[in-house]
Design a protein around this ligand. Structure first.
Ligand SMILES: [Zn+2]
Ligand SMILES: [Zn+2]
Length: 346
């Protein structure tokens, strides 16, 4: 395969240096460097993504897309695919900060009301001691003060590992949605019945005995198809969802609503396939449930002001490698230790 052009490099650098980018920003960068619009050059766009990912895979990075579940917007970002924690966590955060981040994530994903948020107070009250796997609590964790926690929350929000939600709470940031996908799947975080991705922020089936959760944007895509009954795909209970006129669609032209980037879809495993099925209302989600994670969603983007030389690319990669926090999910053996002991850590 031909080497990457400066256009690819520009895209990569934009995502690396500016962190997760919103879909429209990423696409406009693509348009700027290629002179082509996405609408009329979808194939070209996908080819770019594929090519970039082939190169990035050599250094264990991946360009991916994911949805911000609070508002349904799509983001593109580069993640580090190295599984081991050390190489991911790097030097940007201290050990207690990382432990704290993990505690916050645990609390958010296990919110049984599926709001996907916790309050500031709840966050500050998270005990880092629970994040230590040995019986001896390292002093650094024990002595992590409230003000240090506050500062850490602030930094995580800045860096998009967490976000401040519109209702004044703390939720997952775009980076966490991008980076933790495998962790969500491996840790039994409840998934969306439509797209099979983790349902951190989702609507719950009105039937208390049913555990079905569906993202708001997935509900919209599903129920806007006129022929779809507004019922829970699991238990058949009426789902209180009002389809606005604008949303109503006769047939399934909505298939793209559900999934971020098309390029990503392609290489994927069942999760994505399922998304497509669901768009046409196949009740197939259960079958495919939890079958694997769609590791390959990524895509990348770029930034106007970035230099595009090789060396700066390398520098950026190194910086990224150093700064990146994690997928740092727990190892397989600790996977179940969630709700009660709440640990993400090994
Ligand atoms: Zn969904
Ligand atoms: Zn149900």
């Amino acid at each position: 395969m031909a080497p990457l052009s400066w256009r690819h490099h520009t895209l990569i650098q934009a995502v690396l240096s500016r962190g997760p980018l919103k879909e429209n920003e990423f696409q406009s960068i693509f348009s700027d460097v290629t002179g082509k619009t996405i609408d009329s050059h979808k194939q070209l766009f996908n080819d770019y993504l594929r090519k970039i990912n082939m190169e990035l895979s050599y250094v264990q990075f991946e360009l991916r897309a994911c949805r911000n579940q609070y508002d349904g917007s799509v983001y593109y970002g580069v993640i580090n695919t190295v599984a081991d924690e050390q190489s991911k966590l790097g030097t940007k955060y201290t050990i207690p900060q990382i432990a704290f981040y993990k505690g916050v994530i645990e609390a958010i994903v296990h919110d049984t009301t599926a709001q996907g948020t916790i309050s500031n107070i709840e966050a500050l009250n998270i005990r880092l001691e629970n994040q230590s796997s040995s019986s001896e609590i390292p002093p650094a964790l024990r002595n992590f003060t409230m003000s240090q926690k506050e500062k850490a929350i602030h930094e995580f929000i800045q860096d998009q590992w967490l976000c401040a939600t519109s209702d004044g709470n703390i939720g997952l940031g775009a980076r966490s949605f991008l980076d933790l996908r495998s962790w969500f799947h491996n840790n039994e975080v409840p998934h969306c019945d439509v797209c099979n991705e983790a349902a951190i922020k989702a609507d719950l089936c009105p039937n208390e005995n049913c555990s079905v959760r569906i993202h708001k944007y997935c509900l919209k895509a599903k129920f806007s198809l006129r022929r779809n009954e507004k019922v829970c795909p699991g238990c058949g209970t009426q789902w209180p969802y009002v389809v606005t006129k604008a949303e109503a669609v006769e047939e399934e032209e909505t298939e793209d609503h559900q999934q971020p980037a098309e390029p990503l879809r392609r290489k994927k495993s069942r999760g994505s396939k399922q998304v497509q099925d669901d768009a046409s209302n196949e009740p197939s989600s259960r079958r495919l449930k939890r079958s694997g994670n769609n590791e390959n969603e990524g895509v990348a983007s770029q930034s106007q002001s970035q230099p595009s030389t090789q060396s700066s690319r390398k520098a950026k990669l190194e910086k990224l490698a150093a700064g990146e926090v994690d997928n740092a999910g727990p190892g397989p053996s600790t996977r179940r230790a969630t709700r009660t002991s709440a640990r993400l850590h090994r």
